[in-house]
Design a protein around this ligand. Sequence first.
Ligand SMILES: NC(=O)c1ccc[n+]([C@@H]2O[C@H](COP(=O)([O-])OP(=O)(O)OC[C@H]3O[C@@H](n4cnc5c(N)ncnc54)[C@H](OP(=O)(O)O)[C@@H]3O)[C@@H](O)[C@H]2O)c1
Length: 432
Amino acid sequence: MQAKLVRIGLLGCGNVGAPLVHMLREEGAAIAARTGLELAVTRIAVRSAHRDRDLPDLPDGTLTTDARAVAADPEVDLVVELIGGIEPARELVLSALANAKPVVTGNKELLANHGAELFAAAEAAGRDLLFEAAVGGGIPVVRAVRESLLGEPVGRIMGIVNGTTNYILSQMTDGGASYADALADAQGKGYAERDPTADVEGFDAGAKIAILASIAFGARIVAGDVYHEGISAITAADIAFARSLGYVIKLLAITERIDAAGPNPTVAVRVHPAMVPVTHPLAAVRDSFNAVFIEGSSVGELMLYGRGAGGRPTASAVLGDILDAAGNLVRGAATPLGSFGPAAICPIDELRSAYYLNLEVSDRPGVLAQVAGAFAERGVSIRSMEQEGLGDEARLVFITHEAREADVQATLHTLRQLDSVRHIRSLLRVIG
Ligand SMILES: NC(=O)c1ccc[n+]([C@@H]2O[C@H](COP(=O)([O-])OP(=O)(O)OC[C@H]3O[C@@H](n4cnc5c(N)ncnc54)[C@H](OP(=O)(O)O)[C@@H]3O)[C@@H](O)[C@H]2O)c1
Protein backbone atom coordinates (compact mmCIF):
# COMPACT_ATOMS: atom_id res chain seq x y z
CA MET A 1 0.00 0.00 0.00
CA GLN A 2 1.35 3.46 -0.92
CA ALA A 3 1.59 5.59 2.24
CA LYS A 4 -0.35 8.88 2.13
CA LEU A 5 1.97 11.86 2.47
CA VAL A 6 0.94 14.47 5.07
CA ARG A 7 3.16 17.57 5.07
CA ILE A 8 3.59 19.18 8.45
CA GLY A 9 4.34 22.84 9.12
CA LEU A 10 5.93 23.12 12.58
CA LEU A 11 5.65 26.48 14.34
CA GLY A 12 8.32 26.54 17.08
CA CYS A 13 11.21 24.13 17.46
CA GLY A 14 12.24 24.42 21.13
CA ASN A 15 11.97 22.03 24.10
CA VAL A 16 9.01 20.19 22.56
CA GLY A 17 9.32 20.95 18.83
CA ALA A 18 12.90 19.65 18.48
CA PRO A 19 12.26 16.22 20.11
CA LEU A 20 9.11 15.97 18.00
CA VAL A 21 11.21 16.28 14.82
CA HIS A 22 13.57 13.57 16.17
CA MET A 23 10.66 11.27 17.04
CA LEU A 24 9.13 11.67 13.60
CA ARG A 25 12.49 10.69 12.08
CA GLU A 26 12.96 7.74 14.43
CA GLU A 27 9.40 6.41 14.26
CA GLY A 28 8.45 7.50 10.71
CA ALA A 29 8.86 4.09 9.07
CA ALA A 30 7.01 2.24 11.84
CA ILE A 31 4.20 4.83 11.75
CA ALA A 32 3.88 4.51 7.98
CA ALA A 33 3.73 0.71 8.26
CA ARG A 34 1.06 0.80 10.97
CA THR A 35 -1.09 3.68 9.76
CA GLY A 36 -0.41 4.15 6.05
CA LEU A 37 0.58 7.77 6.79
CA GLU A 38 3.92 9.28 5.77
CA LEU A 39 4.44 12.25 8.09
CA ALA A 40 6.99 14.73 6.77
CA VAL A 41 8.00 17.99 8.49
CA THR A 42 8.45 20.18 5.44
CA ARG A 43 8.53 23.65 7.06
CA ILE A 44 9.77 24.77 10.49
CA ALA A 45 9.24 28.33 11.77
CA VAL A 46 11.49 29.63 14.57
CA ARG A 47 12.33 33.02 16.04
CA SER A 48 16.07 32.90 15.49
CA ALA A 49 17.42 31.37 12.27
CA HIS A 50 20.98 31.12 13.64
CA ARG A 51 20.45 29.07 16.78
CA ASP A 52 22.12 25.65 16.88
CA ARG A 53 19.27 23.08 16.96
CA ASP A 54 20.97 19.70 16.64
CA LEU A 55 18.83 18.94 13.58
CA PRO A 56 21.30 17.80 10.91
CA ASP A 57 20.25 17.11 7.33
CA LEU A 58 17.32 19.52 7.26
CA PRO A 59 16.62 20.15 3.56
CA ASP A 60 17.36 23.73 2.45
CA GLY A 61 14.39 26.03 2.84
CA THR A 62 12.81 24.02 5.70
CA LEU A 63 13.73 26.53 8.40
CA THR A 64 12.20 30.00 8.30
CA THR A 65 11.48 32.89 10.64
CA ASP A 66 8.22 33.65 8.82
CA ALA A 67 5.62 31.68 10.83
CA ARG A 68 2.71 33.38 9.02
CA ALA A 69 3.94 32.06 5.69
CA VAL A 70 4.05 28.51 7.10
CA ALA A 71 0.51 28.72 8.55
CA ALA A 72 -0.81 29.77 5.12
CA ASP A 73 1.51 27.69 2.90
CA PRO A 74 -0.56 25.70 0.36
CA GLU A 75 2.16 23.02 0.46
CA VAL A 76 1.57 22.42 4.19
CA ASP A 77 -1.31 20.05 5.05
CA LEU A 78 -1.25 20.20 8.87
CA VAL A 79 0.09 22.79 11.32
CA VAL A 80 1.67 22.05 14.71
CA GLU A 81 1.84 25.12 16.99
CA LEU A 82 4.59 24.84 19.61
CA ILE A 83 5.51 28.50 20.06
CA GLY A 84 3.51 29.05 23.25
CA GLY A 85 1.92 32.24 24.66
CA ILE A 86 -1.09 34.07 23.23
CA GLU A 87 0.23 36.09 20.28
CA PRO A 88 1.28 35.36 17.61
CA ALA A 89 0.14 31.78 18.42
CA ARG A 90 -3.57 32.71 18.35
CA GLU A 91 -3.32 34.51 15.02
CA LEU A 92 -1.30 31.64 13.52
CA VAL A 93 -3.75 28.94 14.65
CA LEU A 94 -6.69 30.94 13.26
CA SER A 95 -4.83 31.45 9.98
CA ALA A 96 -4.04 27.74 9.64
CA LEU A 97 -7.69 26.80 10.28
CA ALA A 98 -8.92 29.47 7.86
CA ASN A 99 -6.64 27.81 5.30
CA ALA A 100 -8.38 24.47 6.01
CA LYS A 101 -5.42 22.95 7.85
CA PRO A 102 -5.93 20.87 10.99
CA VAL A 103 -3.98 22.20 13.97
CA VAL A 104 -2.24 20.42 16.82
CA THR A 105 -1.11 22.56 19.74
CA GLY A 106 0.27 22.17 23.27
CA ASN A 107 -0.57 25.73 24.25
CA LYS A 108 -2.56 25.74 27.54
CA GLU A 109 -2.41 29.52 27.90
CA LEU A 110 -3.95 30.05 24.48
CA LEU A 111 -6.70 27.46 24.97
CA ALA A 112 -7.56 28.54 28.50
CA ASN A 113 -8.04 32.13 27.36
CA HIS A 114 -9.28 31.86 23.77
CA GLY A 115 -10.62 28.31 23.55
CA ALA A 116 -14.14 29.30 22.49
CA GLU A 117 -12.90 31.40 19.57
CA LEU A 118 -10.50 28.68 18.41
CA PHE A 119 -13.04 25.86 18.74
CA ALA A 120 -15.55 27.90 16.71
CA ALA A 121 -12.92 28.48 14.02
CA ALA A 122 -12.12 24.74 13.89
CA GLU A 123 -15.82 23.89 13.67
CA ALA A 124 -16.34 26.43 10.86
CA ALA A 125 -13.33 25.04 8.97
CA GLY A 126 -14.42 21.44 9.52
CA ARG A 127 -10.88 20.69 10.68
CA ASP A 128 -9.33 19.21 13.81
CA LEU A 129 -7.96 21.32 16.64
CA LEU A 130 -6.25 18.86 18.99
CA PHE A 131 -4.47 19.79 22.21
CA GLU A 132 -3.52 16.70 24.22
CA ALA A 133 -0.16 18.18 25.26
CA ALA A 134 -1.78 21.28 26.79
CA VAL A 135 -2.78 19.39 29.96
CA GLY A 136 -0.58 16.83 31.69
CA GLY A 137 2.21 16.77 29.07
CA GLY A 138 2.68 13.11 28.13
CA ILE A 139 -0.40 11.87 30.03
CA PRO A 140 -3.31 11.19 27.65
CA VAL A 141 -5.87 12.90 29.85
CA VAL A 142 -7.53 15.19 27.30
CA ARG A 143 -8.39 12.27 25.04
CA ALA A 144 -9.63 10.25 28.04
CA VAL A 145 -11.98 13.05 29.14
CA ARG A 146 -13.07 14.12 25.65
CA GLU A 147 -13.58 10.69 24.15
CA SER A 148 -13.45 7.75 26.57
CA LEU A 149 -15.53 9.53 29.22
CA LEU A 150 -17.85 11.39 26.83
CA GLY A 151 -20.89 9.48 28.11
CA GLU A 152 -19.78 9.51 31.73
CA PRO A 153 -21.38 11.94 34.18
CA VAL A 154 -18.09 13.25 35.59
CA GLY A 155 -18.58 14.65 39.08
CA ARG A 156 -15.10 15.82 40.03
CA ILE A 157 -11.58 16.00 38.64
CA MET A 158 -8.62 16.59 40.95
CA GLY A 159 -5.20 16.95 39.41
CA ILE A 160 -1.60 17.39 40.33
CA VAL A 161 -0.92 19.14 37.04
CA ASN A 162 2.15 21.22 37.80
CA GLY A 163 5.40 19.29 38.11
CA THR A 164 7.40 22.21 39.52
CA THR A 165 5.21 22.66 42.59
CA ASN A 166 4.89 18.93 43.12
CA TYR A 167 8.68 18.65 43.04
CA ILE A 168 9.03 21.49 45.60
CA LEU A 169 6.40 19.99 47.94
CA SER A 170 8.02 16.53 47.59
CA GLN A 171 11.41 17.96 48.57
CA MET A 172 9.78 19.59 51.61
CA THR A 173 7.93 16.39 52.53
CA ASP A 174 10.58 13.74 51.86
CA GLY A 175 13.75 15.75 52.50
CA GLY A 176 12.51 18.21 55.15
CA ALA A 177 13.61 21.18 53.02
CA SER A 178 12.28 24.70 53.56
CA TYR A 179 10.19 26.24 50.78
CA ALA A 180 13.06 28.58 49.79
CA ASP A 181 15.63 25.75 49.60
CA ALA A 182 13.26 23.46 47.69
CA LEU A 183 12.50 26.26 45.19
CA ALA A 184 16.23 26.97 44.72
CA ASP A 185 16.83 23.25 44.14
CA ALA A 186 14.00 23.12 41.57
CA GLN A 187 15.49 26.15 39.79
CA GLY A 188 18.96 24.54 39.81
CA LYS A 189 17.54 21.37 38.20
CA GLY A 190 15.66 23.34 35.54
CA TYR A 191 12.20 22.42 36.91
CA ALA A 192 11.40 25.99 37.94
CA GLU A 193 11.83 29.21 35.99
CA ARG A 194 13.93 32.05 37.38
CA ASP A 195 10.60 33.86 37.90
CA PRO A 196 8.55 30.95 39.31
CA THR A 197 5.29 32.92 39.77
CA ALA A 198 3.25 31.12 37.09
CA ASP A 199 3.98 27.76 38.71
CA VAL A 200 4.12 28.47 42.45
CA GLU A 201 1.10 30.80 42.51
CA GLY A 202 -1.07 28.31 40.63
CA PHE A 203 -1.57 30.15 37.30
CA ASP A 204 -0.19 27.28 35.19
CA ALA A 205 -2.35 24.72 37.00
CA GLY A 206 -5.30 27.14 36.69
CA ALA A 207 -5.04 27.22 32.88
CA LYS A 208 -4.94 23.42 32.77
CA ILE A 209 -7.93 22.87 35.04
CA ALA A 210 -9.93 25.46 33.04
CA ILE A 211 -9.32 23.34 29.93
CA LEU A 212 -10.24 20.09 31.70
CA ALA A 213 -13.37 21.68 33.20
CA SER A 214 -14.44 22.91 29.74
CA ILE A 215 -14.16 19.51 28.10
CA ALA A 216 -15.50 17.53 31.07
CA PHE A 217 -18.62 19.67 31.50
CA GLY A 218 -19.07 20.93 27.90
CA ALA A 219 -18.95 24.50 29.15
CA ARG A 220 -17.05 27.69 28.38
CA ILE A 221 -14.67 28.03 31.31
CA VAL A 222 -11.63 30.29 31.04
CA ALA A 223 -8.48 30.81 33.12
CA GLY A 224 -10.04 33.92 34.70
CA ASP A 225 -12.83 31.77 36.21
CA VAL A 226 -10.35 29.79 38.30
CA TYR A 227 -9.83 30.70 41.97
CA HIS A 228 -6.20 30.15 42.89
CA GLU A 229 -3.86 30.07 45.84
CA GLY A 230 -0.24 29.00 45.50
CA ILE A 231 2.25 27.15 47.68
CA SER A 232 4.65 29.97 48.63
CA ALA A 233 3.13 30.30 52.14
CA ILE A 234 3.48 26.57 52.97
CA THR A 235 6.04 25.99 55.70
CA ALA A 236 8.05 22.97 56.81
CA ALA A 237 5.92 23.08 60.00
CA ASP A 238 2.70 22.70 57.96
CA ILE A 239 4.20 19.69 56.19
CA ALA A 240 5.25 18.13 59.53
CA PHE A 241 1.80 18.71 61.09
CA ALA A 242 0.11 17.26 58.04
CA ARG A 243 2.30 14.17 58.27
CA SER A 244 1.59 13.70 61.98
CA LEU A 245 -2.15 13.79 61.18
CA GLY A 246 -1.83 11.29 58.30
CA TYR A 247 -1.80 13.73 55.36
CA VAL A 248 0.53 15.10 52.70
CA ILE A 249 0.22 18.59 51.23
CA LYS A 250 -0.29 18.80 47.46
CA LEU A 251 -1.15 21.63 45.11
CA LEU A 252 -4.45 20.44 43.65
CA ALA A 253 -6.32 21.74 40.64
CA ILE A 254 -9.95 20.80 41.21
CA THR A 255 -13.11 21.11 39.19
CA GLU A 256 -16.47 19.73 40.17
CA ARG A 257 -20.02 19.93 39.05
CA ILE A 258 -22.17 21.38 41.82
CA ASP A 259 -25.66 20.96 40.33
CA ALA A 260 -27.44 17.92 38.87
CA ALA A 261 -26.89 16.93 35.23
CA GLY A 262 -28.39 19.11 32.48
CA PRO A 263 -27.33 21.99 30.25
CA ASN A 264 -25.53 25.10 31.59
CA PRO A 265 -23.85 23.46 34.58
CA THR A 266 -22.81 25.13 37.81
CA VAL A 267 -19.13 24.38 38.17
CA ALA A 268 -16.50 24.98 40.84
CA VAL A 269 -12.97 25.38 39.53
CA ARG A 270 -9.99 26.16 41.72
CA VAL A 271 -6.33 25.62 42.51
CA HIS A 272 -5.01 25.57 46.07
CA PRO A 273 -2.78 23.55 48.35
CA ALA A 274 -4.70 20.83 50.14
CA MET A 275 -4.10 18.14 52.74
CA VAL A 276 -4.52 14.78 51.04
CA PRO A 277 -4.82 11.60 53.15
CA VAL A 278 -1.67 9.45 52.78
CA THR A 279 -3.91 6.61 51.64
CA HIS A 280 -5.30 8.60 48.68
CA PRO A 281 -3.73 7.70 45.27
CA LEU A 282 -2.78 11.37 44.72
CA ALA A 283 -0.62 11.30 47.87
CA ALA A 284 1.75 8.85 46.15
CA VAL A 285 2.45 11.22 43.24
CA ARG A 286 5.96 12.49 43.97
CA ASP A 287 8.69 14.65 42.47
CA SER A 288 7.83 16.24 39.13
CA PHE A 289 5.23 13.60 38.21
CA ASN A 290 1.64 14.58 37.47
CA ALA A 291 -1.64 12.73 37.94
CA VAL A 292 -5.29 13.37 37.26
CA PHE A 293 -7.90 11.69 39.47
CA ILE A 294 -11.38 11.50 37.98
CA GLU A 295 -14.62 10.61 39.76
CA GLY A 296 -17.62 9.61 37.67
CA SER A 297 -20.93 8.20 38.79
CA SER A 298 -20.61 5.09 36.60
CA VAL A 299 -16.87 4.59 36.19
CA GLY A 300 -16.14 5.32 39.85
CA GLU A 301 -12.61 6.53 40.52
CA LEU A 302 -9.77 6.44 38.03
CA MET A 303 -6.32 8.00 37.91
CA LEU A 304 -3.96 8.79 35.05
CA TYR A 305 -0.32 9.20 36.07
CA GLY A 306 2.88 10.13 34.28
CA ARG A 307 5.25 12.80 33.06
CA GLY A 308 3.36 16.08 32.95
CA ALA A 309 6.14 17.96 31.16
CA GLY A 310 9.49 17.52 29.47
CA GLY A 311 10.39 17.61 25.80
CA ARG A 312 9.97 13.97 24.78
CA PRO A 313 6.92 13.08 26.91
CA THR A 314 5.15 16.18 25.60
CA ALA A 315 6.28 15.51 22.03
CA SER A 316 4.82 12.01 22.39
CA ALA A 317 1.39 13.51 23.14
CA VAL A 318 1.76 15.91 20.20
CA LEU A 319 2.65 13.01 17.92
CA GLY A 320 -0.48 11.11 18.99
CA ASP A 321 -2.59 14.15 18.04
CA ILE A 322 -0.76 14.52 14.71
CA LEU A 323 -1.62 10.92 13.84
CA ASP A 324 -5.29 11.47 14.71
CA ALA A 325 -5.49 14.71 12.76
CA ALA A 326 -3.56 13.35 9.76
CA GLY A 327 -5.74 10.22 9.63
CA ASN A 328 -8.88 12.37 9.77
CA LEU A 329 -7.55 14.70 7.07
CA VAL A 330 -6.88 11.83 4.71
CA ARG A 331 -10.43 10.52 5.32
CA GLY A 332 -11.91 14.03 4.97
CA ALA A 333 -13.17 13.89 8.57
CA ALA A 334 -12.64 15.75 11.85
CA THR A 335 -13.16 14.74 15.49
CA PRO A 336 -16.17 16.77 16.71
CA LEU A 337 -15.21 19.14 19.51
CA GLY A 338 -18.70 19.01 21.03
CA SER A 339 -20.67 22.02 22.15
CA PHE A 340 -19.56 24.44 24.85
CA GLY A 341 -22.44 26.23 26.54
CA PRO A 342 -22.38 28.82 29.28
CA ALA A 343 -21.52 27.72 32.83
CA ALA A 344 -22.25 29.33 36.18
CA ILE A 345 -19.07 29.45 38.26
CA CYS A 346 -19.70 28.71 41.91
CA PRO A 347 -17.88 31.33 44.04
CA ILE A 348 -15.25 29.98 46.46
CA ASP A 349 -17.26 31.33 49.42
CA GLU A 350 -20.07 28.89 48.66
CA LEU A 351 -17.86 25.79 48.41
CA ARG A 352 -17.73 23.21 51.16
CA SER A 353 -14.64 21.44 52.43
CA ALA A 354 -13.06 20.17 55.62
CA TYR A 355 -10.34 22.51 56.93
CA TYR A 356 -7.09 22.31 58.88
CA LEU A 357 -6.44 25.30 61.12
CA ASN A 358 -3.27 25.93 63.12
CA LEU A 359 -3.39 28.64 65.82
CA GLU A 360 -0.99 29.96 68.43
CA VAL A 361 -2.87 31.06 71.55
CA SER A 362 -2.12 32.15 75.12
CA ASP A 363 -1.82 29.16 77.43
CA ARG A 364 -4.36 30.07 80.10
CA PRO A 365 -7.70 28.72 81.33
CA GLY A 366 -10.76 29.50 79.22
CA VAL A 367 -8.95 30.05 75.92
CA LEU A 368 -9.99 26.74 74.40
CA ALA A 369 -13.65 27.44 75.21
CA GLN A 370 -13.34 30.92 73.64
CA VAL A 371 -11.80 29.51 70.45
CA ALA A 372 -14.34 26.67 70.24
CA GLY A 373 -17.08 29.29 70.70
CA ALA A 374 -15.87 31.15 67.59
CA PHE A 375 -16.28 27.96 65.55
CA ALA A 376 -19.72 27.23 67.05
CA GLU A 377 -20.95 30.79 66.37
CA ARG A 378 -20.58 30.12 62.61
CA GLY A 379 -21.78 26.53 62.72
CA VAL A 380 -18.32 25.14 61.89
CA SER A 381 -18.09 21.81 63.63
CA ILE A 382 -14.75 20.45 64.85
CA ARG A 383 -13.77 16.89 63.94
CA SER A 384 -10.50 16.70 65.87
CA MET A 385 -8.27 18.96 67.95
CA GLU A 386 -4.70 18.66 69.21
CA GLN A 387 -3.01 20.88 71.75
CA GLU A 388 0.71 21.37 72.25
CA GLY A 389 2.33 23.53 74.96
CA LEU A 390 4.86 26.17 73.84
CA GLY A 391 5.93 27.85 77.13
CA ASP A 392 3.38 30.57 77.88
CA GLU A 393 1.68 29.82 74.58
CA ALA A 394 -0.06 26.78 73.18
CA ARG A 395 -0.60 25.55 69.65
CA LEU A 396 -4.09 24.39 68.74
CA VAL A 397 -4.55 22.33 65.61
CA PHE A 398 -8.10 21.72 64.41
CA ILE A 399 -9.56 19.64 61.64
CA THR A 400 -13.16 20.61 60.95
CA HIS A 401 -16.02 18.68 59.47
CA GLU A 402 -17.16 19.89 56.05
CA ALA A 403 -18.07 23.55 56.27
CA ARG A 404 -18.89 26.43 53.94
CA GLU A 405 -15.82 28.53 53.02
CA ALA A 406 -17.61 31.77 53.95
CA ASP A 407 -18.35 30.41 57.45
CA VAL A 408 -14.75 29.34 57.94
CA GLN A 409 -13.48 32.76 56.83
CA ALA A 410 -15.94 34.42 59.22
CA THR A 411 -14.63 32.16 62.01
CA LEU A 412 -11.08 33.27 61.20
CA HIS A 413 -12.22 36.89 61.36
CA THR A 414 -13.66 36.33 64.85
CA LEU A 415 -10.53 34.46 65.98
CA ARG A 416 -8.33 37.37 64.88
CA GLN A 417 -10.33 39.68 67.18
CA LEU A 418 -9.65 37.50 70.26
CA ASP A 419 -6.70 38.78 72.31
CA SER A 420 -5.96 35.18 73.36
CA VAL A 421 -5.23 34.26 69.72
CA ARG A 422 -1.64 35.35 69.04
CA HIS A 423 -1.21 34.07 65.51
CA ILE A 424 -3.13 32.13 62.88
CA ARG A 425 -0.34 30.08 61.34
CA SER A 426 -2.20 28.37 58.57
CA LEU A 427 -5.50 27.37 57.06
CA LEU A 428 -5.60 24.52 54.57
CA ARG A 429 -8.44 22.67 52.92
CA VAL A 430 -8.58 18.95 53.58
CA ILE A 431 -9.52 16.44 50.88
CA GLY A 432 -11.23 13.35 52.20
N1 LIG B 1 8.20 22.18 27.66
C1 LIG B 1 7.29 21.39 28.21
O1 LIG B 1 7.59 20.50 29.02
C2 LIG B 1 5.84 21.56 27.83
C3 LIG B 1 4.87 20.70 28.40
C4 LIG B 1 3.53 20.82 28.03
C5 LIG B 1 3.17 21.80 27.13
N2 LIG B 1 4.13 22.63 26.60
C6 LIG B 1 3.69 23.68 25.68
O2 LIG B 1 4.32 23.48 24.41
C7 LIG B 1 4.57 24.75 23.78
C8 LIG B 1 6.05 24.85 23.43
O3 LIG B 1 6.81 24.79 24.62
P1 LIG B 1 8.41 24.69 24.59
O4 LIG B 1 8.82 24.34 25.97
O5 LIG B 1 8.87 23.85 23.45
O6 LIG B 1 8.79 26.23 24.29
P2 LIG B 1 10.22 26.80 23.87
O7 LIG B 1 11.31 25.84 24.21
O8 LIG B 1 10.29 28.19 24.40
O9 LIG B 1 10.15 26.87 22.27
C9 LIG B 1 9.41 27.86 21.62
C10 LIG B 1 9.79 27.83 20.13
O10 LIG B 1 9.01 28.79 19.46
C11 LIG B 1 9.86 29.61 18.64
N3 LIG B 1 9.26 30.93 18.50
C12 LIG B 1 9.01 31.84 19.47
N4 LIG B 1 8.41 32.93 18.95
C13 LIG B 1 8.28 32.68 17.62
C14 LIG B 1 7.74 33.42 16.53
N5 LIG B 1 7.22 34.63 16.72
N6 LIG B 1 7.78 32.86 15.31
C15 LIG B 1 8.31 31.64 15.12
N7 LIG B 1 8.83 30.88 16.11
C16 LIG B 1 8.81 31.41 17.34
C17 LIG B 1 11.19 29.62 19.35
O11 LIG B 1 12.20 29.93 18.42
P3 LIG B 1 13.76 29.96 18.81
O12 LIG B 1 14.13 28.51 19.01
O13 LIG B 1 14.43 30.58 17.67
O14 LIG B 1 13.84 30.75 20.09
C18 LIG B 1 11.25 28.18 19.86
O15 LIG B 1 11.76 27.32 18.88
C19 LIG B 1 4.07 25.81 24.79
O16 LIG B 1 2.75 26.18 24.48
C20 LIG B 1 4.11 25.08 26.12
O17 LIG B 1 3.19 25.61 27.07
C21 LIG B 1 5.44 22.54 26.93
